[in-house]
Design a protein around this ligand. Structure first.
Ligand SMILES: Cc1cc2nc3c(=O)[nH]c(=O)nc-3n(C[C@H](O)[C@H](O)[C@H](O)COP(=O)(O)OP(=O)(O)OC[C@H]3O[C@@H](n4cnc5c(N)ncnc54)[C@H](O)[C@@H]3O)c2cc1C
Ligand code: FES
Length: 322
């Protein structure tokens, strides 16, 4: 059975157990959040041994070469000697520029940040209120065109960050950001090929960012954006996106509401699967809760879409053991 060494000390590892579970069971204070290989909070580095390839999903080639891996999705087949990763990215002090309600339970937070903080739209950051309150949010702004980092934040009724944002954060307040992380970005897309973006709720945020970059780079292929919400107020950029679709011949916006009178317009995944008949050329961007993203990823793959042509971000709630 594979053995696990953490900073030189052996850590018991059960057969089939992932490294994060083993570390936590050994009372090692390993950072973690989604426990699903998405948020990259748990990233560690192997100094001896080879992590399974799947435990490096979503990391950059440079990170992979340096032995970085995600313990929460790593079930080692061979011995591993691991150490905590250095800071993935520095954390930067930023200042709240604007807090705007886009819907009763969705806020647009604009942050004035250090110019050294470089990001791509569609990546995500860690928003740090304090040592014990850190959450992930995707980036809707495009740095070349905006001075402010833009986040679209769903306010959850019992959410700790949601409460902090609504009760404590004011214009001019200081808050820290770290990262950015993630590879759900426009980079590497052929400007003549179609892109299909599908998001539910605030899953729209990274897609708006990707769309901004695509337009800025004069994307010539079709850009189709699907946004799903429970009610009309959840379609929080409806008028703006509809106007954009009228002014740009290659931009198409389709909205779906669970409370629609028309049954065929309710389920965003079914609408996408019905409407998208060309499955060979587009790159798909899927963002939002695990239900939608995992279902569409599976169904598109089963219909023949290469996984290389699907980029996604799953909005997993933070593990609140922090
Ligand atoms: C890579 C990544 C990118 C993300 N980007 C965004 C983004 O751009 N905008 C955004 O609004 N969120 C985003 N999220 C999700 C966000 O980080 C979580 O929803 C976070 O837990 C909310 O923090 P909170 O303190 O308000 O609520 P918490 O204190 O974490 O949770 C409060 C309650 O709400 C429930 N809850 C929290 N989040 C969700 C959820 N997403 N779905 C269902 N139930 C939930 C919890 O289970 C808990 O019962 C992202 C997550 C990841 C991993
Ligand atoms: S990627 Fe491991 S905890 Fe999120």
């Amino acid at each position: 059975m594979a053995r696990l060494l953490y900073q030189g000390e052996p850590v018991p590892l059960e057969a089939g157990e992932d490294v994060l579970t083993a570390l936590l069971s050994a009372k090692i204070d390993a950072p973690h959040s989604c426990r699903a290989g998405v948020c990259q909070t748990c990233i560690h580095r192997v100094v001896d041994g080879t992590p399974p390839e799947t435990s490096q999903n979503g990391l950059t080639d440079a990170q992979k070469k340096l032995g970085y891996f995600l313990p929460c999705i790593c079930v080692p087949a061979t011995d591993l000697y691991i150490v905590p990763a250095e800071e993935i990215g520095d954390s930067y002090e930023s200042v709240v520029h604007e807090i705007e309600y886009l819907a009763p339970d969705i806020v647009r937070l604009s942050l004035d940040h250090d110019p050294d903080f470089k990001y791509r739209p569609g990546q995500f950051i860690e928003l740090i209120a304090n040592k014990n309150l850190k959450r992930h949010y995707s980036i809707a702004s495009f740095q070349e065109a905006s001075d402010y980092l833009e986040l679209h934040i769903k306010l959850h009724p019992r959410g700790q960050m949601s409460k902090y944002i609504t009760e404590d954060l004011k214009i001019g307040s200081k808050i820290y950001i770290a990262g950015p992380l993630g590879t759900c970005i426009y980079e590497g897309i052929d400007p003549d090929q179609p892109i299909v973006m599908v998001g539910a709720g605030t899953g729209l945020s990274p897609l708006v960012g990707i769309k901004r970059e695509a337009l800025h780079r004069s994307h010539r292929g079709l850009m189709r954006l699907y946004h799903g919400a429970r009610t009309r107020s959840g379609l929080y950029m409806h008028d703006y996106l509809e106007a954009l679709s009228k002014s740009h011949s290659n931009f198409d916006y389709i909205s779906c509401r669970l409370d629609s009178d028309v049954e065929a317009e309710r389920d965003i995944a079914s609408v996408v699967l019905d409407k998208e008949t060309n499955l060979t050329d587009p790159t798909f961007f899927l963002c939002g809760g695990p239900g939608l993203v995992n279902r569409l990823k599976h169904d598109l793959y089963m219909k023949g879409v290469s996984l290389k042509k699907i980029r996604s971000d799953v909005f997993v709630p933070a593990d609140r053991s922090d």
